[in-house]
Design a protein around this ligand. Sequence first.
Ligand code: C5P
Length: 405
Amino acid sequence: MQILQGKKIVLGITGGIAAYKTPELVRRLKDQGADIRVVMTTAAKAFITPLTLQAVSANAVSDSLLDSQAELAMGHIELAKWADYILIAPATADAIARITCGMANDLLTTICLATSAPIAIAPAMNQQMWHASITQENIEKLAARKYQIFGPGAGEQACGDVGLGRMLDVDDLVTLTCQFFQSNTTLNQVDLSGQTWLITAGPTREAIDPVRYISNHSSGKMGYAIAQAAKLAGAQVQIISGPVNISTPKGCEKIAVESALEMHQQAIKLAKNADVFVACAAVADYRVSNIAEQKIKKSADEMHIHLVKNPDIVADVAALKIKPFTVGFAAETQNVEHYALGKLKRKNLDMIAANNVALAGQGFNSDDNALMVFSKNSKTELPLASKHVLAAQLVELISQHQIEK
Ligand code: C5P
């Protein structure tokens, strides 16, 4: 599903080193169906060429307010009216300051002034410049005027400093842009700072012998998307993950496990310090009672493996004396609501997110999903969307219920 299908986005690029990431950003936004027109400041062109962005966007790049040819093709007012959304990434301290003052001294700032489209800003600058009180005042003013502020992220900077000021990753910017178009609310409004979220994700592997195991098709995508959304909202995030082929979202801590018993041990240990526990893993219900020490040799026509029940991780976390707000998942192929409500009660969960894995295009291994989310006295439908968008909506829902509890 292409979330940005038919959406017209102006990508404003200003003069920061993170400009080198913008061709990938353009490609990823286009993958989601967006039509992108790039507007560059003069300084941006010192970091990346207009030709590169023209090639990836498949549209002419605009970079001058006073270019008569460009104005004939698509003038600045036309461009400002064309946009459904303006994303400025990277946004330097200088660009932010000029936009805050309402200046119109280049093409990008003029478009910002002349548009009625929502504007999102992804700041990127040295950590000292980010922390400067004047920059902070500018950001506050823009936020008060309903500009969306994406990031910045923390980490090592091009100049060698460490701290806040890095442009958010391309993945995060695409997710936040998609969220804007999919829901009226954004993670910008959810503040999870100070909270620890513990998430199980992916499949478990139950060894039969040193080379064989029992597992399932879980990709880990949903759990990792929830981890990323919680991280973006400011939480400290730990993922207890079975073996998956996807990368760990930036800033999240991954605790790699294989079997249900290992996942159980880590979950019980870490849940004591968690505010929220989300059990997204597809845990094997049974494990092999006697794992063979050596590879089992082929001999008889039939062989039997004896299985024993695994502990129920989410139920055991929910039974802790001091328990986090506990959310389970229910992947069902029929009677979704009935089974989900049964699990909510039986496992003593605060919330359960149920999906019908029998429907095409959602569930295991898919990039999309649809959820019905139940708590003791509420039912919320989250319609088919990318797992990233759903994750953001679920994180917001969890955060609301957590407050009410
Ligand atoms: O397998 P079942 O449908 O009962 O799974 C429902 C929820 O319980 C899921 O959130 C899953 O992660 C969790 N679960 C668990 N430990 C198990 C089995 C399931 O935490 N052994």
